[in-house]
Structure formats: structure tokens, C-alpha cells
Design a protein around this ligand. Structure first.
Ligand code: MG
Length: 296
């Protein structure tokens, strides 16, 4: 099942996407103030089937929104989780956690977060403040959406807690990351987390064999398989849930492969007008244009 949240005729819906027919079927959302997608996933875990609400709508007539807007906590992210990216980052001069090759690959998952206000829809613009536009970078990542919540989840049971998967672009302002010596501010800027285009339920994918790619305009910059993750999804869930209770609708960005802008010499940062495409096999694509935020 592919679950989308979208806008049609000024009304927000959630729905089941049928890509073959190019339509989305709106479904009943009884959210009562809770994030409607999280409420739906909770009911679905309890065995309730989706109930149609109105007629199917052509995908061309809707605007995709971030599938979930109010996770219980920040979007949890894994840093340096592909070997080749760990080396390119350590060599870039922007990595406060490692400057030597010997330290590049972490011994344990590096976990940080992005504020949920950074989320944007699959085709929304990435709006950069003028002060950040000289060092904007892209990071294509597989996103994990938690189904059944839990604390201290052992790795061997971790997949029981995954509802599905989505695509994420962990857009980053490198100068901010470098200046403030941490990753929150430069990654939590409004619109710096395109996510979607929808959530694909776990039964439809093998998360350990997905191809993940990123193009800037027509140039492919990133291409890898999720089998190359240093810390796999069960390890990540085990580590995070040892500290905090994971709840339905929590989102984990699993890290980006090599080929980010700072991996090039000189760096290939995003420029105003660029279109960034993040695509994951079996999930779909995000395509977002980079614009300079108008001064307010
Ligand atoms: Mg990242």
C-alpha cells in the first residue's frame, strides 16, 4: 500500500495511491486533532481496512504534502552510514567528528535530528535563506516510518516495528553545520526536508536491496544500494530505542551515500534554480527546485 497526504481543491486528504492507474483514492481520516496519517497507521496496525471517502483523483490534480507532519519527536537521522560517504565527508573539512581517514567510519551509529518543520512535499520548492545559498547540499536517504512503537527493541524484532518506507532529501547548509559545530541548525531550516512522495508499506519492499539515487538537474551525483548501509535498519532501531520510546509515525532517515556536493573538489553545492531529484526503487521520486527565499 502506498499512502499519501495531499491537497486537492484546497482540502487536505490522505489516500491510497494506485500508480498504475495514475490515481489516488482518498480514505476516511478520523484523526480528532492527531496527525491523520499516524491515526490511520495506528488503526491499520489494529487490523482496520482503509475506507474510501469520495472518488479517486488523478495524481496530476493533487499537490503531494509530507505524508506525516507531526511525528512524536524530531526526524531522527543517521550520520555517515555509508562507507564511501564517511570518507568523502571526513576529507571535506566540514566534518567536526573526524578529520583523519582512520576516524572516518564510525564505530557506533551517529544519531542526530532534523526539526519536523523542515519537511516539504515531494515537489515543493527548497527555499534557502540568502545567507545559506552558497553552501547548500543534498543527501538522498531511505526513510523508515515506525508502525508499532516500542522501547529497547532488539534488532531481531526491529522489522516488526516498521510500518513502511519513504524517500528523504536531508538538505543541509554546510556553512551553518560547520560554524555551529553541530548538525541541527543547518538541517532544520524550513523546507530542508523534502519527504515522500508517499509511504510504501513494508510488505511491498525489501529495504536491504533498494537503489537510491540523486540527480542535480541532469547529472547523477549519488547512486548506491541500501545493502551498503554500515549500520542496518535493525541496528539503528535497536540503538535509538535503547534511549527513547519510538512511537507510531516516527521517522528515521538512514543516512546518505557518497556523491554529496562537499564530496567533490571543488564542492558542487546546489545553486538557485537547480532541480534535485531523489529516487528510490520501489518507492518513487522527490523532485524539488532550489530557490532563494524572498527577504521578509
Ligand atoms: Mg543525512
Amino acid at each position: 500500500m502506498k499512502l499519501a497526504r495531499f491537497l486537492h481543491d484546497g482540502v487536505t486528504h490522505i489516500g491510497v495511491v494506485n500508480e498504475a492507474d495514475g490515481v489516488v483514492q482518498p480514505i476516511a481520516a478520523r484523526s480528532q486533532g492527531v496527525d491523520p496519517m499516524i491515526a490511520f497507521i495506528e488503526r491499520q496496525i489494529e487490523g482496520e481496512e482503509p475506507r474510501s471517502n469520495g472518488v479517486a483523483l488523478p495524481l496530476q490534480e493533487i499537490r503531494l504534502l509530507p505524508p506525516i507532519t507531526a511525528p512524536s519527536k524530531n526526524i531522527l537521522c543517521v550520520g555517515k552510514n555509508y562507507r564511501a560517504h564517511a570518507f568523502e565527508f571526513a576529507g571535506s573539512g566540514f566534518d567536526g567528528s573526524a578529520s583523519r581517514d582512520e576516524d572516518a567510519v564510525p564505530d557506533a551509529p551517529i544519531i542526530f535530528s532534523k526539526a519536523p518543520c523542515s519537511m516539504a512535499g515531494a515537489h515543493d520548492d527548497i527555499l534557502s535563506p540568502a545567507t545559506m545559498i552558497e553552501s547548500l547540499d543534498y543527501e538522498a536517504e531511505l526513510g523508515v516510518v515506525i508502525g508499532k512503537g516500542g522501547r529497547a527493541i532488539p534488532g531481531e524484532k526491529a522489522y516488526d516495528h516498521v510500518w513502511g518506507y519513504t524517500a528523504i532529501n536531508d538538505v543541509t547548509a554546510r556553512v551553518v553545520q560547520s560554524r555551529h559545530k553541530q548538525w541541527l541548525l543547518g538541517k532544520s531550516v524550513d523546507t530542508f526536508c523534502p519527504i515522500g512522495p508517499w509511504i510504501v508499506s513494508a510488505d511491498e519492499l525489501d529495504p536491504e536491496a533498494l537503489e537510491i539515487s540523486c540527480w542535480v538537474n541532469r547529472e547523477r551525483r549519488q547512486h548506491a544500494s541500501t545493502k551498503d548501509l554500515i549500520f542496518d535498519i535493525p541496528s539503528i532501531i535497536e540503538v535509538i530505542s535503547a534511549s527513547m520510546t519510538l512511537q507510531t509515525g516516527d521517522i528515521i532517515a538512514t543516512g546518505t551515500p557518497d556523491g554529496v556536493g562537499i564530496g567533490f573538489d571543488p564542492p558542487k553545492f546546489l545553486r538557485e534554480g537547480d532541480v534535485v531529484r531523489v529516487e528510490i526503487t520501489g518507492i518513487g521520486a522527490l523532485e524539488n527546485r532550489v530557490l532563494r527565499m524572498a527577504p521578509s
